[in-house]
Design a protein around this ligand. Structure first.
Ligand SMILES: [Zn+2]
Ligand SMILES: [Zn+2]
Length: 66
């Protein structure tokens, strides 16, 4: 049975899920729509939640989720 990750990290690619170890707030800007982003980890996400979900991208690095 496949288990789906809950929470914000569920929309990140495997690599980023491992890479993000610093729980600190950071702010940035979506590289697609330019909207401000607040992430609960450092470094900040590259894509906002809406764009990541719509385009099925990793919110953190902006790469397509496989
Ligand atoms: Zn966006
Ligand atoms: Zn990623």
């Amino acid at each position: 049975m496949e288990k789906k990750l809950q929470g914000p990290d569920g929309r990140l690619c495997r690599r980023c899920r491992k890479a993000i170890v610093l729980p600190a707030f950071s702010t940035g800007r979506c590289t697609i729509c330019g909207e401000g982003i607040v992430s609960s980890h450092t470094p900040c996400d590259k894509v906002c939640m809406d764009c990541a979900r719509e385009r099925k991208l990793c919110a953190h690095c902006g790469r397509p989720l496989g």
